[in-house]
Design a protein around this ligand. Structure first.
Ligand SMILES: N[C@@H](Cc1c[nH]c[nH+]1)C(=O)O
Length: 414
């Protein structure tokens, strides 16, 4: 008989799953504090819809399935598009909808063919177009990264229009544009110069494009440098928009993690305004990406300005593990209660009380085999006929009844 082996080794035990679950819970809590409500979209979507939309995942990257009537479907390649479609068609954007989701997204790139699914935890804010909304969304990304315990993280902020405006001053073919974009993306200043010189581009525009990879770093410095390559009013207002957003982030007191990157290019082509990506130590890829996409909804027949971003949950877990930040996550329970048979009643009643207050409690009689197992909990309470003791992280306190145990735990802020 052939044995089938699971082909991915991620999240295969309860502890890994627990870490994932607690991480997701923390993201959801934070999103809720900004007024976002959870939604979901269908796993199967119409292939035709995606084929007709400009700015979506490339057709080769989508995973197609055929239903029993022969219709071609795709497994959800993106969440932003169906949510935008849904709110636009239902006219929900008029109520300034704020939604979040934790959903699997299916894409298969040539470079990473075995990585077909990833979980995204994202937010979308519809029907609102202001620097205040933009800065609040970026702030929410920062706030969430701080919740998770990351200390060294950077949010690279750019604008989808800045580079596009410069390109419009040229007559590059789409092939040339692709090549240029990848040079800008990899900040390859050495090759950009000869690449541009062989093309027929006005001197000042060429110099401006050439300087894009250098427009990276401290926002105040980059904003000053960027002023010198402004070609027209649109570029002027793009820069002003970024200045406004940055000033608001300063108002929140969270400007230190911001890096301005005017060469930033996001994966999706639907962005039209501010764009951003979040980076943490020890992960080469962005753990979050997003931006403003005010024109996507026009393909569904209505204006519906919007902004959003999504965390890559698997990358976040990887980063937390790399940085040793999962120690507080994934404990089997809040409390283990071990008791000698003579004081069983007091121990079980304490367990009942604690569970009633929402604590996760495991109980074991000291005479059972389980006592030798390597169980993990934030606290252990030992009930013996001589004494009742509460053991925490490096602490040991005695108590005489269940009420005292409760108040000790409350002091420990469990
Ligand atoms: N859907 C985008 C992220 C995003 C959410 N909202 C706006 N952008 C992505 O997968 O890259």
């Amino acid at each position: 008989m052939q044995r089938y082996v699971m082909d991915n080794n991620k999240n295969t035990n309860v502890k890994d799953f627990q870490i994932r679950d607690e991480l997701i819970q923390s993201l959801k809590n934070r999103f809720s504090t900004y007024g976002y409500k959870q939604v979901r979209t269908s796993t199967f979507e119409s292939y035709d819809m995606y084929s007709n939309i400009i700015g979506t995942v490339s057709k080769d990257e989508m995973i197609k399935v055929i239903d029993s009537s022969g219709k071609v479907l795709v497994l959800r390649p993106d969440v932003t598009i169906p949510l935008n479609r849904m709110t636009t068609l239902n006219g929900l954007h008029q109520d300034n909808q704020r939604v979040f989701y934790v959903l699997d997204v299916f894409r298969q790139s040539k470079e990473q063919a075995d990585q077909k699914e990833s979980t995204q935890a994202g937010v979308e804010c519809f029907g609102n177009q202001s620097a205040e909304t933009d800065s609040e969304i970026i702030m929410m990304a920062i706030h969430t990264l701080k919740d998770l315990g990351f200390r060294n993280f950077k949010l690279e902020v750019g604008h989808a229009g800045f580079f596009k405006e410069l390109i419009q001053q040229t007559t590059l073919t789409s092939h040339q544009l692709d090549a240029l974009q990848s040079l800008v993306h990899s900040k390859n200043s050495i090759e950009i110069e000869p690449f541009l010189t062989q093309l027929d581009i006005k001197e000042d525009v060429r110099k401006a494009i050439q300087s894009i990879p250098m427009l990276y770093g401290d926002p105040e410095v980059v904003m000053e440098q960027a002023k010198s390559i402004i070609q027209n009013e649109s570029m002027q207002s793009i820069l002003q928009n970024l200045i406004d957003i940055y000033e608001l982030l300063k108002a929140y007191g969270e400007e230190n993690s911001i890096v301005l990157n005017l060469g930033l290019i996001n994966n999706m082509n639907y962005y039209s305004g501010v764009i951003f990506q979040g980076f943490v130590d020890s992960v080469g890829k962005p753990v979050l990406m997003g931006g403003r996409y005010d024109h996507l909804s026009e393909q569904f027949g209505q204006p519906n300005p919007a902004i959003g971003f999504a965390f890559e949950v698997d990358l976040l877990i990887h980063a937390l593990q790399q940085q040793g930040l999962t120690n507080n996550l994934g404990a089997v329970a809040d409390m283990i209660i071990q008791y000698d048979q003579e004081v069983q009643t007091e121990a079980l009643r304490s367990a009942y009380l604690l569970r009633d207050y929402g604590y996760q409690v495991l109980t074991y009689s000291t005479s059972s085999d389980m006592i030798n197992n390597n169980l993990e909990a934030k606290f252990t309470a030992r009930f013996s006929s001589e004494a009742y003791l509460l053991y925490g992280q490096g602490t040991k306190q005695s108590f005489s009844n269940q009420e005292e145990l409760m108040s000790l735990l409350q002091k420990e802020e469990l």
